[in-house]
Design a protein around this ligand. Structure first.
Ligand code: ASP
Length: 354
């Protein structure tokens, strides 16, 4: 793997954290000529956060490629992140990924599926205001993320999960979603409690944190993008719907439905879905509601989907559903297995279906 080292403080301390910088607002500076924010080189990071040298951990900061706005993130970048962490796994106690906030929840979800038997913290963080600004959230977010990534209890990582740390909240990565573009409180975990709250102390909630696995760490880096998403809205017509269903190379479709997983009962609508299911396309039902869960047995408008074999996405967020589908479609061939895995919690990404 090719990467650039920006900073290294190997002082023989007890713990060690690798920081992987990918870009985002965190490391941006204002270009006064062009009048917009653009990524800056990370070589001068210690000028902005001199505290890095004071940590009780050895810290190394690396990056691969040019820093990017996270709108440009792709499964290929996730693959690179997964490989770096795999290569450096035994050398560090924890990992921090500095990432743009726009797609942070997608990256966190994807990594959670790509990593099997993760027993070290992988904490994604970023900022709403760049480190180069006098008033910013970047500094606090990074410092606390490093502390969490290095935290151990009896020699074992306290949070062996892919998480997002942002604005004093530690969230399970595949449960988080970006909800705010202006204020500092950018992320929430709509259907799962916070793993830790940060005030004067960092208050961990151990009962919500995943157990450390007892098997060797592995990565699965290949993902499939052969699926699409169709949002249901009043006025979605027959022709457009059919056109969307007919997109080439589609193996699965996420239906973004109303409320607890409801969609219209039009004959043409249900028949079009049924025909596709018959041809082997998997349908996953994710609600447009941020909170609560899909329950296809509640209304007639959901029951029809259930009867046809549409899979309920429970309380998964959309970024998580997308990442999970990419992972499962790549690694599972049979349709009934795909459907079964979709409605089973693989990495703590959904609550038990009742
Ligand atoms: N556009 C930026 C990004 O996602 C926003 C941010 O980092 O907050 O890269």
């Amino acid at each position: 793997m090719n990467f650039k080292t920006h900073y290294s403080s190997n002082k023989g301390r007890e713990s060690s954290v690798l920081i992987i910088y990918t870009g985002g607002t965190f490391g941006m500076a204002y270009n006064y000529e062009k009048k917009f924010l653009e990524p800056l080189s990370f070589d001068k990071i210690t000028e902005y956060i001199p505290e890095l040298a004071k940590f009780d951990s050895n810290i190394e900061i690396i990056s691969f490629g040019l820093p990017i706005d996270s709108s440009h993130i792709s499964p290929n970048d996730w693959k690179q992140l997964a490989w770096i962490i795999k290569e450096k796994y035994d050398l560090f106690d924890g990992f921090v990924i500095i990432h743009g906030t726009d797609t942070m929840a997608y990256t966190a979800s994807a990594l959670s599926f790509m990593f099997e038997n993760l027993n070290k913290p992988v904490i994604l963080t970023g900022a709403q205001l760049p480190i180069g600004y006098l008033r910013n959230d970047a500094r606090e977010n990074l410092i606390t993320a490093i502390e969490i990534a290095s935290k151990k209890n009896n020699g074992q990582a306290l949070v062996p999960e892919v998480c997002i740390f942002f604005n004093n909240k530690l969230l399970r990565g595949n449960r988080a979603t970006k909800v705010e573009s202006t204020n500092f409180d950018a992320f929430m975990s709509p259907n799962y409690p916070e793993l830790a709250e940060v005030g004067i102390h960092i208050k961990y909630n151990p009962s919500f944190i995943r157990q450390k696995p007892n098997a060797p760490f592995e990565i699965q880096t290949e993902l499939s993008t052969h699926f699409s998403i169709i949002k249901i809205y009043p006025g979605l017509g027959k022709e457009l719907f059919q056109h969307l269903l007919d997109a080439p190379k589609t193996k699965a479709i996420i239906l973004e439905t109303y409320g607890s997983g409801n969609a219209p009962l039009h004959k043409w609508f249900l028949e079009a879905i049924e025909k596709k299911i018959f041809k082997g396309i998997v349908f996953l039902n994710i609600s447009q509601c941020l909170m609560g869960k899909v329950n296809q047995n509640r209304y007639e408008t959901g029951k029809q989907l259930e009867n046809m074999g549409v899979v309920s996405g429970g309380d998964m967020t959309m970024p998580c559903a997308i990442a999970k589908l990419m992972y499962i479609l790549q690694n599972t061939k049979e349709n009934n297995l795909i459907s079964m895995k979709l409605c089973t919690s693989l990495r703590g990404e959904m609550s038990e279906m009742k």
